[in-house]
Ligand binder design. Structure first.
Ligand code: FE2
Ligand code: FE2
Ligand code: FE2
Ligand code: FE2
Length: 334
């Protein structure tokens, strides 16, 4: 039976507030965490940021005070969700360890999306990007070995191959060459739009992260590597976001963001082996259904919206929501 968040009842927005201690979540145990739990959390961390940043852009372009108030309310809840997800990452994971986590996420997500993508143009872009992510993972892994004498497989487990990809020195392109010529609209392939939105969000998070920490290490080699790879992540953001349908209205895009968050929390809820995190994903799923309900309700207050940009339930059956990341990546769900 397909899951359709538009048919579900979520938590009303006014009941979504959490107190300070609930926001300051207890980090996971980095010695026992399942490597793909870390990947899932990094994807969710990125998507929460994407949602509240998009909400700011929407608000700046809206002249409707009611919509601005509604956006401000939902956006603050998004930030609370972000706080909870973000603080699950333990301090004992060094900046470099977290960079390896970001690149494992990029390799795993890009590879999975390439395998499931039916559109040739998008698939080629994903395969092209994958070769670059592999080299990033390889280079940060070598740096960790060099600086701290540690092996990246301690973090990545047996799931992600650490091997040379397209050499990073050959990845730098003219900005015009990072723009594909997409021929798709959201209603042609709504599931691909969700996937590309997620991927663009993760690339943005990775670039921001490298830009933030590039001046933290003492070693010039590490400082140089962060800034060099940040430049490539900018190329990746441009490449993937170019496939997003530019004809969607801001309200349609707002709906798409919450819908995508539902898609991710539902998928990860089915895959997550850690009971505490499963409960958190379920809570956030119910909150996201509430966001979706609220945003779709705005369309009844004078704003036109077409839901053709969302996948219909037949597409859920094809893409098997829970198949967002293949089950075999993960421990069996209890
Ligand atoms: Fe959210
Ligand atoms: Fe990367
Ligand atoms: Fe990337
Ligand atoms: Fe949301």
């Amino acid at each position: 039976m397909a899951f359709d968040p538009l048919q579900e009842r979520g938590i009303p927005l006014e009941k979504q507030w959490r107190n300070w201690s609930e926001l300051n979540s207890k980090p996971y145990d980095s010695h026992n965490v399942e490597p793909h739990t870390r990947v899932r959390l990094l994807i969710l961390d990125a998507m929460e940021s994407e949602s509240f940043r998009f909400s700011h852009q929407f608000s700046r372009h809206s002249t409707n005070p009611e919509i601005r108030r509604a956006l401000a309310l939902t956006r603050r809840i998004e930030l609370q969700q972000k706080n909870v997800i973000h603080n699950l990452i333990p301090a004992e994971e060094s900046n470099l360890a977290l960079a390896i986590g970001q690149e494992q996420m990029a390799v795993a997500l890009t590879a999975f999306l390439a395998q499931t993508e039916s559109n040739v143009e998008i698939r080629q872009a994903l395969e092209f990007g994958l070769l670059e992510e592999l080299d990033h993972l390889y280079r940060f892994s070598n740096l960790w070995d060099l600086i701290d004498g540690k092996k990246a497989t301690e973090l990545t487990g047996p799931f992600t191959e650490i091997t040379v990809g397209r050499p990073t020195s050959e990845q730098h392109r003219h900005p015009y060459d990072t723009l594909p010529n997409p021929s798709l609209t959201a209603s042609d392939n709504a599931v691909a739009q969700l996937h590309l939105l997620t991927l663009a969000a993760t690339e943005m998070q990775t670039m921001d992260y490298y830009l933030t920490i590039s001046n933290r290490p003492i070693e010039p080699l590490a400082r140089g590597l962060y800034l060099e790879i940040a430049q490539i992540e900018e190329q990746h953001i441009t490449q993937y976001e170019s496939f997003l349908d530019p004809n969607l209205s801001l309200l349609q895009q707002e709906v798409l963001h919450h819908y995508n968050e539902c898609y991710l929390y539902y998928s990860f809820l089915l895959q997550e082996p850690d009971l505490r995190l499963r409960q958190l994903f379920e809570l956030h799923l119910n909150m996201e259904i509430g966001h979706l309900e609220a945003a779709t309700g705005w369309s009844q207050s004078g704003l036109e919206i077409s839901f053709q940009c969302l996948p219909d339930s037949r597409q859920y059956a094809v893409c098997k929501w829970s198949g967002f990341c293949p089950r075999e990546w993960f421990l069996a769900v209890q």
